[in-house]
Design a protein around this ligand. Structure first.
Ligand SMILES: N[C@@H](CCC(=O)N[C@@H](CS)C(=O)NCC(=O)O)C(=O)O
Length: 203
């Protein structure tokens, strides 16, 4: 059984959503984020960076949400939720899959850290303003990409949608999605209408 180290609202939601979509059995190990359980010795033995998520799958122990999603697809996906290697949709799939963490979350994290996570004395308003500008920039590109599309890549929901759903949901949570990106909002509504999302959000 796959054990998913999880705290509500964290990137572990990507891993849970993927398991739900693939119908994989999993067990949640819940960490109290506010009590900083993820910084205690037992969890540091699993992820020395003390960040969520991580998984244990038999002898496999790993962190990094995108890498975990990719590992689960490779190991249990049976070619579902991703275009085949060499297919014309593969490059766009890889692009949006990695954009979700490598680029999108940079601006989201900077905004959150400097708005309400860091102690007030350490918050830098210019970082918040720059993060908001970067977020608006990528939300605009994403909105253009989603015009006339149901899902990010091809005709079917896939793992790129799983990765980006977490990033985009965060922009909504921090009031940055707004009304200016109707295609992104409609796509997020479609993702969140899936039964897998309700089960993930309840985890
Ligand atoms: N790139 C990593 C980021 C992991 C990460 O920063 N997770 C956050 C929660 S969403 C965390 O655990 N933060 C705790 C900390 O910064 O100490 C991933 O995708 O898994």
């Amino acid at each position: 059984m796959i054990r998913i180290h999880h705290a509500p609202f964290t990137r572990s939601l990507r891993v849970i959503l993927l398991c739900e979509e693939l119908g994989l059995p999993y067990e949640i190990v819940k960490h109290d984020f506010m009590a900083r359980e993820h910084k205690g010795a037992p969890y540091l033995a699993i992820n020395p960076f003390g960040r969520l998520p991580a998984i244990e799958d038999g002898a496999v122990v790993m962190f990094e949400s995108g890498a975990i999603v990719q590992y689960l697809l490779e190991t249990y996906g049976k070619s579902r939720l991703q275009p085949a290697l060499g297919s014309p949709d593969r490059p766009a799939f890889l692009q949006w899959f990695h954009f979700a963490e490598a680029t999108a979350m940079g601006s989201v994290s900077d905004f959150i850290q400097h708005s309400f996570v860091k102690p007030e004395a350490e918050r830098i308003p210019a970082v918040v303003a720059d993060a908001a500008r970067r977020m608006q920039e990528w939300l605009g590109v994403l909105d253009h990409h989603l015009a006339g599309r149901t899902w990010l890549v091809g005709d079917e929901f896939g793992a790129a949608d799983v990765m980006m759903a977490y990033s985009v949901n965060n922009t909504k949570f921090i009031g940055q999605l707004g009304d200016g990106h109707p295609n992104v909002s409609a796509w997020l509504d479609r993702v969140q209408a899936r039964p897998s999302w309700a089960r993930t959000a309840a985890a």
